[in-house]
Structures are given as structure tokens and as C-alpha cells.
Design a protein around this ligand. Structure first.
Ligand SMILES: [Cu+2]
Length: 129
């Protein structure tokens, strides 16, 4: 009986490491820069087949937001970026700061914006296909 248990758990371990290997080797990375007052690039195309690591860097002198409700809902934020306030959507980026998000969005077209007053031109589109 103990022998059977051992074999079973060894099998599960193998399966787990195989899955994480696939996830690590097949991923895609996109870097966005928030400038004063635009996102660069403002059009991104990615594949829906692989997880996406999205980095947003604030290269400007102003505070900027990165908001895309549907994308952010499906993403894993670093614990330092989690806030208990749900009334303020999106991620606030101080000048020189960046945030990294890992997500697997379904195919679709996602708008990303900065919600700050006067930053209405800061928009971009992420196309997942
Ligand atoms: Cu902005």
C-alpha cells in the first residue's frame, strides 16, 4: 500500500512539472511605455494561444494610470500593487515606476487608457487573436 501511494504521487509530480515547463517556454512579453501624454505603442497584437506578460513603465514626469477593466480582471497583479480600495480602478504609476502583469486574455480587442484629468488622449488597443 505505501508503495502504491508513492508511485501515484511521483506521477502527479511529473505531470505538474511538465505543465509548468510548457507554460514557461511558450509565453509572450509586451512592454508598454506611458509617456506625457500617450502610450507607446498604442496598438499591440498578441496571440491568444500563450500567456502574456505585460509590463507598463511610466517614462513621463506625470503620474499615469493604466486601466483596462476586462484585462485587469483576468490578470495577476503583484501583491504590492493590490489595493483594498475598489473605487479606484486601474493601476497608478508614479514617474519611473513600472508594473508587470501576467494574463491569459481570450481573443478580443481590449482598450487601455489613462483616466487622469487631461490625459484623454492616452489610449491604446491590445488585440488578442
Ligand atoms: Cu496619463
Amino acid at each position: 500500500m505505501p508503495n502504491r501511494l508513492l508511485k501515484k504521487s511521483a506521477g502527479s509530480l511529473l505531470t505538474l512539472s511538465f505543465i509548468s515547463f510548457v507554460a514557461c517556454s511558450e509565453s509572450q512579453t509586451v512592454s508598454l511605455t506611458a509617456e506625457d501624454f500617450r502610450f507607446v505603442p498604442n496598438l499591440v497584437r498578441v496571440s491568444a494561444s500563450f500567456p502574456l506578460t505585460l509590463t507598463v513603465y511610466n517614462a513621463g514626469r506625470e503620474m499615469h494610470d493604466f486601466d483596462s477593466p476586462i484585462l485587469l480582471y483576468a490578470s495577476v497583479k503583484p501583491s504590492s500593487e493590490r489595493t483594498s480600495k475598489s473605487d479606484r480602478p486601474g493601476i497608478v504609476l508614479e514617474p519611473g515606476k513600472s508594473v508587470q502583469l501576467v494574463m491569459s486574455p481570450p481573443p478580443g480587442t481590449y482598450l487601455y487608457i489613462c483616466r487622469r484629468k487631461g490625459h484623454a488622449n492616452m489610449t491604446g488597443t491590445l488585440i488578442v487573436e
